[in-house]
Design a protein around this ligand. Structure first.
Ligand code: AMP
Length: 209
């Protein structure tokens, strides 16, 4: 099963993609995670990506497509995969069409105001990547999973969040029509809570929970 997870930043596509990957036993491929891992390791790709990420802009298509082609050609992707955060532009989707046949596109739909609140309140563990919202933390600054420090991602700062949403509407939202026209799109309400959203996605995929 080859699945694309679409959705604005903060729609919960990362969280949902992880759950679906686990339930369907396929790899979860997040371009954002790959860029962040490169950034942490200080690789040339990470340094290049940081210039764009910190401003809420998209990393250039060529750079992004190359790393996805490389990743999905690995052996563990033979039985399928779930793409989280890719494609994010129509040219990326057109490039993907030349090297993969996608079975399902899930679009997690959440209103902008909810997205701003989710993103600007999001905190992540520097070590294990667990995510939290300030409204649940009661002032806690440490990860309840591994005990390490919680931080706000640079691109979750208020001004960057607005830039990311604007980039989403201009460059990524057109993919909804792109995949609708191909008959692949499944629209899911992403404001119905974590578990209900996962169940709705599994239903749309025809997968057993
Ligand atoms: P995410 O974790 O998916 O929100 O991605 C974080 C950031 O990584 C984005 O705001 C972009 O700067 C960059 N990024 C992730 N995926 C892509 C992509 N497919 N195309 C271009 N930039 C991307």
């Amino acid at each position: 099963m080859k699945i694309i997870m679409l959705g604005a930043p903060g729609a919960g596509k990362g969280t949902q993609a992880k759950m679906i990957a686990e339930k369907c036993s396929i790899p979860h491929i997040s371009t954002g995670d790959i860029f962040r891992a490169n950034l942490k390791e200080g690789t040339p790709l990470g340094k290049k990506a940081k210039e764009y990420m910190d401003q809420g802009l998209l990393v250039p298509d060529a750079l992004t497509c190359d790393l996805v082609v490389d990743r999905i050609s690995k052996d563990d992707c033979e039985g399928g995969y779930i793409l989280d955060g890719f494609p994010r532009t129509v040219p990326q989707a057109e490039a993907l069409d030349t090297f993969a046949v996608i079975d399902y596109v899930i679009d997690i739909d959440v209103a902008d105001q909810v997205l701003v609140d989710r993103l600007s309140g999001r905190r992540v563990c520097v070590k294990c990547g667990a995510t939290y919202h300030t409204s649940m933390l009661n002032g806690a600054t440490k990860c309840s999973v591994c005990g390490d420090e919680l931080i706000q991602r640079n691109d979750d700062k208020a001004e960057t969040v607005l830039a990311r949403l604007s980039v989403y509407h201009d460059q990524t939202a057109p993919l909804i029509g792109y995949y609708e026209a191909k008959g692949l799109l499944k629209k899911i309400d992403g404001a119905q809570g974590l578990e209900n959203t996962t169940q709705a996605i599994l239903n749309a995929l025809g997968a057993n929970a």
